[in-house]
Design a binder for this molecule. Structure first.
Ligand SMILES: Nc1ncnc2c1ncn2[C@@H]1O[C@H](COP(=O)(O)OP(=O)(O)OP(=O)(O)O)[C@@H](O)[C@H]1O
Ligand SMILES: [Mg+2]
Length: 715
């Protein structure tokens, strides 16, 4: 099957999968965990470039509610379907073959019916002998549905259904609007005709509106084909129910793979959605995958107390622990090791099951070379999750993804990899130093500057806003949900990228924080070029192509030009021009071209599996983007980035910041100093104990990785 996957996927760089782990986890002995994974073979020698700037920890930028106490959250399950940037085509699903040739055939006129032995029946009158074909025969045991004509619509995959069906219906409702039996035209009263015209106008308007805005979420997002190593992990998790940790450099597609795994798991457990708990270490990371924080899921508040107290703390969470079959944890590098052990014990105790994590399947991802756990205020050194006593017993397989997608330039990818490991060669140092020059761009989009602290980000963005002339437009979020306590709701919603209020001006540089279309995704950077109502936008878009393309024209000139053009076409200044105005943003595309989008409010939801929306925020999907915190940038892919390494103080920060860039051309680095590239020695140790599948294969008989490599007997 793996070989077939190789054939099917020629473009995926047919590199061997680097499966590392191969630690033999004792699936039934949770009480004897190992503190370090065993080495399975060849070790990489990695030098450490470190420095003790840890005293600056307290200033590290995190959203204050990232580790919130969410005692009332009833269910672990969130939100939005996990279809965001770069979602992938689900693998083909083969349904059992079905002989459809006879479905819906009339019970009469079918020669094969002669072969059927009917039961003895009471005689039927001549009149009743030829009923309409849709009438159920009195002696038939078939339900009426069997006499309906065949359903011509092809079967759709469950995860595409939700998105596709409503659109179809919408179109249909325009083509054939629901109406009572048409009267003869000459028989209609004037008011009936007027009502019909109004209905048609409304239908038309509705259709126009639905075409106007790119359908949000992932239906239009370019599908990504998983690489072979990604597919192997997907298969092991979804089909074989393995507990896995998959890791790899920045840009190796961990998040893309995780989204696909979640989609597949949700489909697998579609009848019992609360069997999957989707969580992440921070609120921001959780929001990005449509989940909740690990703390919220576990119902443990800050999790400082001993386990028995934590169990008592939130009885509502008991049910969640009991129901969960799969626990997904994203951005695990920021999960504290002691917390991991506590959760493991809580799971075992509540579920009264002695297996690791009480028998829950773990699906964990992250890169320990990126941001570490947040210090808890005590002087205790951060403890990584892999250092948890129960880590090796809970994680059956560790997979190292090696195919880097974000940086296509191998030279740049290699520079970043050296930085990740803290082993930077003189030529790489030189190459990074050469990147101190300003970026050579011929449009108005500047590089987004990444800072470690929130104060620096706010300062830089407000300074740039202050330099712009023009009216400030303020956009307040509309929050709602079943949670009535405003503080609790705010706490939940603080995990959204969308702020409660954003002020914008024409010329402001912004980042899109929702996936809209394949080239307008979370992370796209653009400039606000105007503010206008939806109707106005439609009218000018249709009639004046140059309206937004002329970069030299002032906004007033553009608006004036558009009005002049629209007037003869019947456009009237009226209520429409009084309507709410939204930011029109010109976004930079990866190919260098521009695209305009009228950014109207989008919705972020915290939704329970039963469909109850606990908290919801509607806001324009934009944040200011001259500057961004490294924390918020984690996980993003950015075309133009500027980083001042003189400011970074935390291990992993420099690597996270620089690895957001897709190319050297789009990266400016100032004050590059090798000592600023800090790597935690324990992380180096952990990764050096991982053995690639290539090395493993060399030591065993040579064979390509196949799904059987994940069978239990290997461990
Ligand atoms: N199989 C794939 N084919 C093509 N592009 C891919 C594939 N997987 C991921 N990508 C692209 O590579 C980029 C990085 O992917 P992703 O964000 O998932 O990486 P990551 O490992 O999570 O990185 P980070 O550690 O920085 O969060 C994205 O632009 C994504 O669309
Ligand atoms: Mg990621």
């Amino acid at each position: 099957m793996f070989k077939k996957a190789l054939q099917d996927h020629p473009g995926s760089g047919l590199k061997p999968l680097h499966q590392t782990d191969l630690l033999r986890a004792n699936a039934t002995a949770p009480s004897k965990p190992q503190s370090q994974p065993q080495s399975g073979g060849v070790k990489r020698k990695i030098e450490i470039a470190g420095s003790s700037l840890g005293s600056l920890h307290n200033a590290v930028y995190f959203d204050e509610n990232d580790f919130d106490d969410d005692l009332d959250l009833d269910e672990p399950q969130p939100l939005i379907a996990p279809r965001v940037n770069g979602s992938t085509i689900p693998e083909t699903v083969t349904y059992p073959s079905l002989d459809t040739s006879r479905i819906g055939q009339s019970v009469y006129g079918n020669e094969n019916l002669a072969d059927i032995n009917y039961p003895d029946l009471p005689s039927i009158s001549q009149e009743a002998a030829v009923p309409p074909s849709s009438i159920q025969l009195p002696w038939s045991s078939s339900p009426p549905a069997h006499f309906q004509p065949p359903v011509k619509k092809p079967r759709t995959l469950p995860w595409t259904k939700e998105e596709e069906e409503p659109r179809e219906d919408k179109k249909k409702s325009f083509v054939t609007p629901k109406r009572s039996k048409p009267a003869e035209p000459w028989n209609k009263s004037e008011s009936t005709i007027k009502a019909e015209q109004k209905e048609l106008r409304q239908e038309y308007k509705k259709t126009q509106k639905s075409d106007r805005k790119p359908k949000q979420q992932d239906s239009k997002i370019a599908r990504v084909f998983l690489s072979d190593e990604q597919k192997a992990v997907l298969d092991a998790v979804v089909e074989r129910g393995k507990s896995m940790f998959f890791t790899g450099s920045a840009g190796t597609g961990k998040s893309v793979l995780m989204r696909e795994i979640i989609a597949k798991l949700r489909n697998k457990y579609r009848k019992e959605p609360d069997r999957i708990a989707v969580t992440a270490s921070t609120g921001l990371a959780a929001c990005n995958i449509g989940g909740v924080t690990l703390h919220s899921f576990a119902g443990i508040g800050l999790g400082k107390e001993p386990v028995p107290e934590l169990i008592k703390k939130n009885q509502k969470a008991r049910n969640r622990w009991l129901r969960t079959k799969v626990l997904v944890v994203d951005e695990v590098s920021m999960v504290d090791g002691d917390l991991f052990d506590k959760l493991e014990e809580i799971a075992r105790r509540i579920r009264n099951n002695g297996r690791p994590f009480g028998g829950i399947q773990l699906v964990v991802t992250g890169d320990f070379f990126q941001l570490p756990p947040v210090p808890d205020g005590s002087n205790r050194e951060a403890k990584f999750a892999f250092a948890a006593a129960s880590w090796t017993t809970c994680i059956q397989h560790t997979i190292l993804l090696t195919n880097i997608f974000r940086q296509r330039d191998p030279e740049f990818a290699n520079m970043l990899n050296e930085m990740r490991l803290g082993k930077i060669t003189p030529s790489t140092i030189e190459a990074f130093r050469r990147l101190s020059r300003p970026l050579d761009v011929n449009d108005q989009i500047e590089a987004t500057e990444l800072f470690p602290t929130r104060a620096e980000v706010d300062g830089a963005n407000s300074a740039r806003m202050g330099r712009l002339s023009g009216e400030v437009m303020r956009f307040n979020a509309v929050d709602s949900g079943t949670i009535q306590d405003p503080q609790h709701r705010d706490r939940l919603l603080s995990n959204c990228m969308a702020p409660p209020m954003i002020q914008l001006k024409k010329g402001a540089q912004v980042m899109l924080i929702k996936n809209m279309e394949d080239s307008l995704v979370n992370g796209s950077i653009g400039k606000v070029v105007a503010f206008m109502s939806e109707d106005y936008f439609d009218s000018y878009k249709e009639n004046d192509k140059n309206f937004t393309d002329d970069a030299t024209a002032s906004d007033d000139e553009r608006a004036h030009r558009a009005r002049k053009k629209l007037k003869p076409m019947g456009y009237k200044e009226g209520p429409a021009s009084m309507a709410r105005k939204w930011p029109l943003v010109s976004f930079l595309q990866p190919d260098g071209s521009e695209r305009h989008l009228l950014c109207q409010p989008e919705t972020w939801k915290i939704e329970l599996p039963n469909g109850e929306v606990q908290a919801q925020r509607q806001q324009v999907p934009l944040i200011l983007a001259w500057a961004l915190s490294i924390h918020k940038a984690q996980g993003q892919t950015l075309q133009r980035v500027k980083v001042d390494l003189g400011r970074v103080f935390e291990k992993g920060q420099a690597y996270v910041a620089l690895s957001r860039a897709v190319s050297q051309e789009g990266l400016q680095v100032t004050r590059f100093e090798p000592r600023k590239v800090m790597v935690h020695p324990k992380v180096v140790d952990f990764y050096s104990n991982l053995v690639s599948i290539t090395e493993l294969n060399k030591s065993k008989t040579s064979h390509a990785l196949n799904p059987d490599d994940f069978d239990d007997e290997d461990f």
